[in-house]
Design a protein around this ligand. Sequence first.
Ligand code: NAD
Ligand code: UD1
Length: 341
Amino acid sequence: MNKTILVTGGLGYIGSHTVVELQENAYDVIVIDDLSNSSKEVAERITAITKKPVKLYISDIKHQHTLEAMFEHESIDGVIHFAAHKAVGESVQEPFKYYANNIGGMTTLLKVMHQHNVNTIVFSSSCTVYGDTNRSPINETHPVAEAISPYGTTKIICEQILKDLCKHSGFRGIVLRYFNPVGAHPSAQIGELPLGVPNNLVPYITQTAAGIREKLTVFGNDYNTPDGTNIRDYIHVVDLAKAHVKAMNYALTMNQSYDVFNLGTGNGRSVLEVIKAFEKASGTDLPYIIGDRRVGDVEQIWADASKAENKLKWHCQYGLDDMMKTAWKWQLVLGSGSKSS
Ligand code: NAD
Ligand code: UD1
């Protein structure tokens, strides 16, 4: 019999791609999402890809009674927990919104899981927990730094809470530290839905090419890197989603109670390299200027992802060109009139 996985935030960017991969790998999936950063239509689009319906609960994970009713009604083997707010800048302006949703939401979820003897969880963390470091490639033994933002604080605290529960309360937890997820499903049925003006590089690029934004500003070209621009480890969202299936397979059978994995390609790419790859993939010239550095940017960071490759038997299949091609294809589906705020 198939195992059933609860995916919190399963209609969001990474969650929706993960639901597709779970359904395509013989897992039954239940999604809980409050639609705070997604829409119900995503469930239909997932079904268009997998030909399987998505069992959907539209609710906030902070509503303990709804969660309890769901866990009583359903037979859940494991949880992949994406539901959180993720805008770094907003978290500085509205830290309590982030503490309440990201930390409060996760503790409510863990409490209800515990009450119902569901103890296996995969948690979405971020390379932001490494802080401002120039030691790349960076592996999981690198110490967690002081957070750069309240968003980062929530990831560090949630990792720690999960570690406590794995040590003392019978949980089996896996923390996945993502580097920079980009791109979209090759079907162009699902992708990222950035609200308002994007902060992240790739949606800003695709919106500029679509004429929604006038030009891209490259945040500084005077860094100590080969072309002077920041270096990041961009990873295709489908590769990231596939890693969640591997992580869940591993979590359901692992001997230890807690483990942490970096998820990146292991390749660092500069902002200018990304722009060039996009221009090639889309056949467009991207208007851009060089501007000032952005406050809080780390100079360069990329993953040592060998632990995930070895222990989870996971390997990235998509390169930078695929990331740009699928991001552009998705932007063309969204159109040039959308998200013009
Ligand atoms: P997203 O905003 O697209 O998806 C999050 C989903 O969770 C949305 O559908 C939203 O409606 C839902 N949600 C939020 N709060 C909820 C709540 N209280 N109850 C129920 N549903 C709720 O974000 P994403 O990019 O898919 O990110 C998923 C996870 O990965 C987040 O935890 C994020 O912090 C983490 N992460 C993302 C990135 C990235 O670059 N996208 C990088 C590192 C880590
Ligand atoms: C940001 C977050 C990080 C989060 C990640 C993925 C910060 C400080 N960090 O990382 O916590 O996990 O997003 O969601 O916000 N750039 C430009 N012009 C632009 C936009 C970006 O030059 O208009 C550059 C940035 O300076 C950076 C690179 O592109 O060098 C990538 O930026 P971005 O996509 O925002 O990701 P991160 O800063 O790595």
